[in-house]
Design a protein around this ligand. Sequence first.
Ligand code: NAP
Length: 236
Amino acid sequence: MDPRPIVLITGATAGIGLALAQRLAGTHRLVLCGRRAGSEYPDELPDGALYIQADFKDPLGAVEAIETALDEAGIEALHRVVINAGTGYYGSVESERPDTIRETLDVNLTAPIVLARHMAPFLEKVRGKLVLIGSVAHRGAANMPTYAASKAGLAGFARSLESEWQDRTAVQIIHPGPTATEMHEKAGYDAGKLRRLFFSAAGMADEIALLMDGSKKTATVSFGARLRRLVGKRSS
Ligand SMILES: NC(=O)c1ccc[n+]([C@@H]2O[C@H](COP(=O)([O-])OP(=O)(O)OC[C@H]3O[C@@H](n4cnc5c(N)ncnc54)[C@H](OP(=O)(O)O)[C@@H]3O)[C@@H](O)[C@H]2O)c1
C-alpha cells in the first residue's frame, strides 16, 4: 500500500496543472484530470499517475466520470483536490459569443462547484484540503469580462465553503498572476514583450505548492506578493 497522500488535480495536461503534477510527483500519489484522450496527453505527465478523462464543458458528466474512475481505482479518500482547469476568451463584452460565455462559466465556475460538492466526502475522510485556482482577474479585467466574472464567482464560492466546512475540510483559493502557459494563445491574446515578465509555469507551481502547505485561506501569487514574502522573511 502506497502511504503517500493522494492529490487530485484538474487541468493537469498543460500549464500550471501539469507543472504542479510534476512538482508533487515524488511526494504524492497523483490523480490527474484532463479533457484530452489518453493518446493525446503530454509525454511529461508523471508516470504512475491515474489519469481521468473528463471534459468540464459538461460539468455533471465530467464529475460522474471522475467518481466512477475513483471508485474503480478503490480510492475512498483524497488529501488534496486542486481545481485548476480553466479557460477564457480575450475580447470586449460586445464581441463575446454565447457559446464561449457558456463554456467559460461552465469550466471555470459550474464544474468547480459541482466537483467540490462531490469531492467533499473524499476530503472529509482525511480532513483534506480543497484548493481552488482563481486569478488576479477576479477583481475585474478589461477584455476578459466573462473570465473575470467566473473567477469572482469562484472567490465567492470559496468564501462560502470556508464558512460551511470550517470544522470539516480546509478551503483555499489561490489567485495566480500572469503566467507563461498556453492559456493566452488559446484565449486569443498576444502578450507580446510583456510575456517576459510572466511567471514560468514551474515557478507558479512552486508558489502554489508552498501555499497549499500553509494555512492562508486566500492568497495571490504575483511578483509583488512574492517580493513582500521574501522581504518579510528576511526581516523577521
Ligand atoms: N496563465 C495565466 O496567466 C493564469 C493567470 C491566472 C490564473 N490562471 C488560472 O490557472 C489555471 C490553469 O491555467 P493555465 O495557465 O495553466 O492554462 P492552460 O495551460 O491552458 O491549462 C489549462 C488546463 O485546463 C484544461 N481545460 C481547459 N478546458 C477544459 C475542459 N473543458 N475540460 C477539462 N479540462 C479543461 C486544459 O486542458 P487542455 O490541455 O486539453 O487544453 C489544461 O489542462 C486556470 O484556472 C487559469 O484560469 C492562469
